[in-house]
Structures are given as structure tokens and as C-alpha cells.
Design a protein around this ligand. Structure first.
Ligand SMILES: *Cc1c(COP(=O)(O)O)cnc(C)c1O
Length: 383
């Protein structure tokens, strides 16, 4: 089955009792048994829910995995993966990481004795030096947030494998339509389905996908034992969102590429960050491992002040000022004061995250309207 068919059909059958073409929302906490232990495979809804099963099977197919495990949020999914580790184990992680993941690692798991190293991975050759005999897992995001750096999944998971280390990829920014890490050698994929998979800014949900039976078994155990499961209505919303994933992401990428072109010609702009640009340091890697270059674009201004950024942030109409990404509507954000406010200014500046840096999550509106929206806001900047 090809990807564009999988989003609509993989793991999804009409409801056997009614023929309903849409997966029913099994809004129940428990299931009636005929006799003790004599049931239809469902006992209690933390452990199993038919709506969740369908979503999990669909997600597994989208990432070319064998097992999907759904959670109540992206961070709950990440939390479950970290629970597979023991005190003394080490994780080597990318340094520009989703803020919530960084917080979970540093504030929750470090006090339990798990060790984290945060390192740049744009050059895979630098990776092996960070491994010790206790390193159990490599954690990456690509493209990264908000600088849109690209990490070579195939190269770094090969290095990890050679060192007996599992590779875990947060594939939220790319979505399985653009990039399938399991095909490139990764062991585990994690998603915030809140973003592109859900796609309509109306649900919080997370998922893990793997081909590895033993890892999946452990994660299903944690899903039930720790209990951060998604509700059936939320599973339904993500299933519904996924049906148009290919169309939405395709259009978002097209729009983002055109907006990037527009941004490059703006005299007030200093830098434009987009993996589709030939000048992007890892453009060739992006070309190799992604179908298109994504719907996220970042840029900053020559007059690098919060005031300049604010002029734009406060004066766009189709781009709404908000956190999150991956929905049908375009969003605009200011990482320095929003998602990355907890990072000291000097640290931010070192990676190019300047005071005026703006991040766009490009939606699926008409691109001419989006460009006009930005253009009008840029006109308000007085140098
Ligand atoms: C949003 C996000 C998360 C966290 O997901 P939630 O669903 O908000 O818990 C993790 N990783 C990335 C890259 C994200 O963008």
C-alpha cells in the first residue's frame, strides 16, 4: 500500500457491527464479560480501546513500523521511552531540542540518576566521542526547532548501532509524509500528534512507533502501567486528521517554499532558515532523507531587536501569534520570548537564535494572502 492510501485505509476497516465507514468512538471505560476471563479481547479501557487500536495500527503503517503505541500527549510518549532506562544509563541528545523534552530530561529524569549529554549532531563524525559504556540511547529531532538544522538520520543511527545504542527520532516536525526514520535505521519514532498528524489544532496526543517486538512490549506495558493513555475521542480526531496528512503537508511545503523565496528578497531581513535552500548547510542531507523540506521557516532582521520582531508579530492577520505548529492555519512565533525564553541569551545567540528571530508554521491558506500579510507587517518596520 502506498503512503497516500495508507493514511485513509491502513489498519482501518468498516465497523463490523454496523458497517460505519468511520471508526466509532468507543467511549467506554470497561467491557462486559460472559464469564470470568471470557471476553472479546477488551477488559478495561486503560489497557485496550478499539478506537485507540485503530489509530495505533494506522500510525504503525505510516511510519513503516510494526507497532504503534498512543499516549495522551507527545511528552507522555517521550516520558514512556525514558522510563525504559535505569539509573546510571546515559542518553546522548541533540542540543537544540523541543523545550518540553529538554525540561523532562533535565528536571524529571536527571534527578532519578539518568544522565544526559546535549550535543550538536549536524556533523555525524563528532558523535562517537560522546558515547560511554553506559550510553543506551541517542535522541534526535530533525529538522530542529527553531533553527531548522538537519541531522543525517542514516549516518547517526549507523554509528549508534555500531555502539549498541538505540536511536530514537522525534519526527514531529517532518511528519511521516516527509520522512520515515525507521526506514533510515532508527529504532524508535516518537510523535507529537498534536501537530501535523492531528493537523487541525484541536487535540493533544502522542505516539511511539517501532518495528522491534521487545521494545514495543516494554512500551505497551508502560502505557498500561503508567496510564498516560489518550481518550477515544482524541484518537478519533487524530485518525480524522491523518486522512488528509499528505494533502495538508504537501501544500504547507509548497507555501513554505514560496514564502522563503519572498523572504529572501526582503531588504530588512538578515537570515532565512529553511532546509530547502541550497545555501542551508545540510541541504543535501535534507534532500536525501525528506520528500520535501517542510512547512516551518525561520528568519531574523538586520535590525535585530525585539521591537522589530514585535512589529511583525503584532500586525499579521492570517498568521496568528501562538505556540504550536502543523495545523491548517498559519502561525507566527517568537522563540526568544516564547518557546525558548528559559535559555540564557548568550546561549541562544550562539546557535543563531537572535532577539528578532521569527518562526513561521506555514498553513494551507492561499500563499498570496500569506505573503501579502507578511509584506504589510514588514512595511511597518522603521529602521
Ligand atoms: C509539541 C512537541 C512535542 C510535545 O508534544 P505535546 O503533544 O505538546 O506533548 C514534542 N516534540 C516536538 C518536536 C514538538 O513540537
Amino acid at each position: 500500500m502506498k503512503f497516500n492510501t495508507k493514511v485513509i485505509h491502513a489498519g482501518i476497516e468498516p465497523d463490523p457491527t454496523t458497517g460505519a465507514i468511520m471508526t466509532p468512538i468507543f467511549q467506554t471505560s470497561t467491557y462486559v464479560q460472559n464469564a470470568p476471563g471470557d471476553h472479546k479481547g477488551y477488559e478495561y479501557a486503560r489497557t485496550q480501546n478499539p478506537t485507540r487500536d485503530v489509530l495505533q495500527n494506522n500510525l504503525a503503517a505510516l511510519e513503516n513500523g510494526q507497532h504503534g503505541i498512543a499516549f495522551s500527549s507527545g511528552l507522555a510518549a517521550t516520558d514512556a521511552i525514558l522510563k525504559t532506562l535505569k539509573p546510571g544509563d546515559e542518553i546522548v541528545s541533540t542540543n537544540d531540542l523541543y523545550g518540553g523534552t529538554y525540561r523532562l530530561m533535565r528536571k524529571i529524569y536527571e534527578p532519578f540518576g539518568i544522565k544526559f549529554k546535549f550535543v550538536g549532531m549536524e556533523n555525524p563524525a563528532n558523535l562517537a566521542q560522546h558515547f560511554t559504556e553506559n550510553t543506551k540511547m541517542l535522541w534526535i529531532e530533525t529538522p530542529t526547532n527553531p533553527m531548522l538544522n538537519i541531522i543525517d538520520i542514516q549516518a547517526i543511527s549507523a554509528i549508534a548501532k555500531a555502539n549498541n545504542v538505540l536511536t530514537c527520532v522525534d519526527n514531529t516536525f517532518a511528519s511521516p509524509y516527509l520522512q520515515q526514520p525507521l526506514n533510515l535505521g532508527a529504532d524508535i519514532v516518537v510523535h507529537s500528534a498534536t501537530k501535523y498528524l492531528g493537523g487541525h489544532s484541536d487535540v493533544i496526543l502522542g505516539a511511539i512507533i517501532t518495528k522491534d517486538e521487545a521494545i514495543a512490549k516494554q512500551l505497551y506495558f508502560i502505557q498500561n502501567a503508567s496510564g498516560a493513555v489518550p481518550g477515544p475521542q482524541d484518537c478519533f480526531l487524530v485518525l480524522r486528521g491523518i486522512k488528509t496528512l499528505h494533502l495538508r503537508v504537501e501544500r504547507a511545503c509548497e507555501n513554505a517554499a514560496k514564502i522563503t523565496e519572498f523572504l529572501l528578497n526582503q531588504p530588512k531581513i538578515a537570515n532565512v532558515y529553511y532546509p530547502g535552500l541550497e545555501s542551508h548547510p545540510n541541504h543535501e542531507v535534507a534532500k536525501k532523507q525528506m520528500r520535501h523540506f517542510g512547512g516551518m521557516v525561520s528568519f531574523d532582521f538586520k535590525n535585530d531587536t525585539l521591537e522589530t520582531a514585535s512589529k511583525v508579530l503584532e500586525n499579521t492577520h492570517y498568521f496568528s501569534l501562538a505556540e504550536s505548529l502543523g495545523g491548517v492555519e498559519s502561525l507566527i512565533g517568537h522563540p526568544a520570548s516564547m518557546t525558548h525564553a528559559s535559555i540564557p541569551r548568550e546561549e541562544r545567540l550562539k546557535v543563531g537564535l537572535t532577539d528578532s528571530l521569527i518562526r513561521l508554521s506555514v498553513g494551507v491558506e492561499d500563499v498570496e494572502d500569506l505573503i501579502e500579510d507578511l509584506s504589510k507587517a514588514f512595511a511597518l518596520i522603521t529602521d
